[in-house]
Design a protein around this ligand. Structure first.
Ligand code: SAM
Length: 306
């Protein structure tokens, strides 16, 4: 079974399988999907989708990148193009396959969108080993919140570079800041001593993946050229901090299992409470009264020139 490292933290395909439905229904909408439209716009600016051959969605999760490309560019994608939606979690790939089947049923036979969905291939594949794909066979790669959490981000970048054709483009993202993780960490620090358990270390993203300069250097070292970066605000707005804390701690997402895997149900309720308190204490509120948990994504795109 392949697994990925969050710095000093393991996230396996099995972990992502467990949370795939919850992720698809909740977390993947916001904040995870906010940077997707920026990523696909970066891709299109560097190499218009009108000249796409094969588009590769790496670590596609429930397929939001794939869906965004189709909904935005179905009229410009050439008839011969295809989309490979790949993830190392079978649970995620199954969700993409179900979405594809649903789209084929709901969209009219003549629609261009349906034509493109027909050519989507959901595939189980590890980002660090794209060996099923030949060299220079892909025009566009989108990797939204994936590379930094693989066992070897360097290998993932080298593989992306290998499969891209000359002038091919790769756009990826990572987190510069996640206030929900900061607050969860504080909630854990508050709660764990009372349980008589040592406070676990929160998984952290390797520093180079948390800022534009770091990611640009990583892409450049891997052999990408014309590297461009940007920051995008991608907050979570919690209308009901109690409900949000309960949902988040119960999500099975690898962002919370470092806490929930080592606690009893009762202890988890206490962390939930502390997390809710932290949100109420620290977060700013928007005009609708929602608590804004700040999130900043860092995006990068790089080209293959050879
Ligand atoms: C934060 S989610 C992002 C999902 C999707 N890109 C989106 O924007 O919603 C990370 C995804 O990367 C996948 N993943 C993590 N490590 C991977 C690896 N080594 N190879 C392929 N997929 C991986 C996980 O299974 C999960 O679906």
């Amino acid at each position: 079974m392949s697994s990925t490292t969050h710095h000093n933290f393991k996230v396996s395909a099995a972990d992502w399988n467990k949370t795939s439905s919850n992720y698809a229904a909740n977390i993947s909408k916001a904040p995870m999907s906010i940077p997707i439209f920026h990523l696909i716009s970066l891709l299109d600016t560097h190499l218009p989708f009108s000249s796409a051959t094969t588009i590769l969605d790496v670590g596609c999760g429930p397929g939001n990148g794939t869906a965004a490309i189709i909904s935005t560019f179905h009229d410009t994608l050439p008839p011969g193009s295809q989309i490979l939606s790949t993830d190392f979690s079978e649970g995620m790939v199954d969700i993409v396959a179900r979405t594809r089947r649903a789209k084929l049923e709901e969209l009219s036979e003549e629609s261009k969108e349906r034509e493109i969905w027909e050519k989507v291939q959901p595939l189980v594949m590890d980002a660090t080993d794209l060996s099923p794909l030949p060299d220079a066979s892909v025009s566009h790669i989108i990797a939204n919140f994936v590379f930094f959490m693989t066992e070897s981000p360097e290998k993932a970048l080298t593989e992306a570079l290998r499969v891209l054709q000359p002038q091919g483009i790769c756009a990826c993202s990572s987190w510069a800041r996640c206030q929900w993780m900061e607050l969860l960490d504080l909630a854990a620090q508050r709660s764990f001593p009372g349980f008589g358990k040592p406070v676990h270390e929160m998984p952290v993203i390797a520093p180079q993946w948390t800022n534009a300069e770091g990611i640009a250097t990583l892409l450049d070292n891997a052999g990408f050229r014309d590297v461009q970066t940007e920051y995008v605000e991608a907050p979570i707005v919690a209308q009901d901090p109690e409900g949000f804390a309960k949902f988040f701690l119960g999500s099975g997402n690898p962002a919370v299992t470092w806490i929930t895997d080592v606690l009893s149900e009762e202890e988890i309720r206490e962390v939930e409470k502390a997390f809710e308190e932290m949100i109420r204490e620290v977060c700013e509120r928007n005009e609708e009264g929602g608590y804004v948990l700040a999130g900043t994504a860092v995006l990068a795109a790089g080209k293959v020139l050879h």
